[in-house]
Design a protein around this ligand. Structure first.
Ligand SMILES: [Zn+2]
Ligand SMILES: [Zn+2]
Length: 73
């Protein structure tokens, strides 16, 4: 059983820098603040799950769980 990855590396769309952020387990996180340029960026449309699913290298814990559950038969 693979475990849920809670550490995301976000890719800032403004300055292109990457920074690590721990993903919280609950709540909908639609934006994040870049640590190098201090820009707050977020998801562009409501169909996107959260800022992690859109801008980081991993999916948020909620989506990871959903995928895992859908694979279980
Ligand atoms: Zn930035
Ligand atoms: Zn998500």
């Amino acid at each position: 059983m693979s475990k849920i990855n809670r550490e995301a590396v976000l890719n800032c769309p403004v300055c292109g820098s990457k920074y690590k952020q721990k993903m919280p387990q609950i709540g909908k996180h639609i934006n994040s603040k870049c640590v190098s340029c201090n820009t707050v960026f977020g998801i562009n449309n409501t169909n996107d799950c959260c800022v992690y699913c859109t801008y980081s290298d991993v999916l948020c814990p909620k989506t990871q769980k959903k995928i895992k559950n859908s694979q279980r038969k």
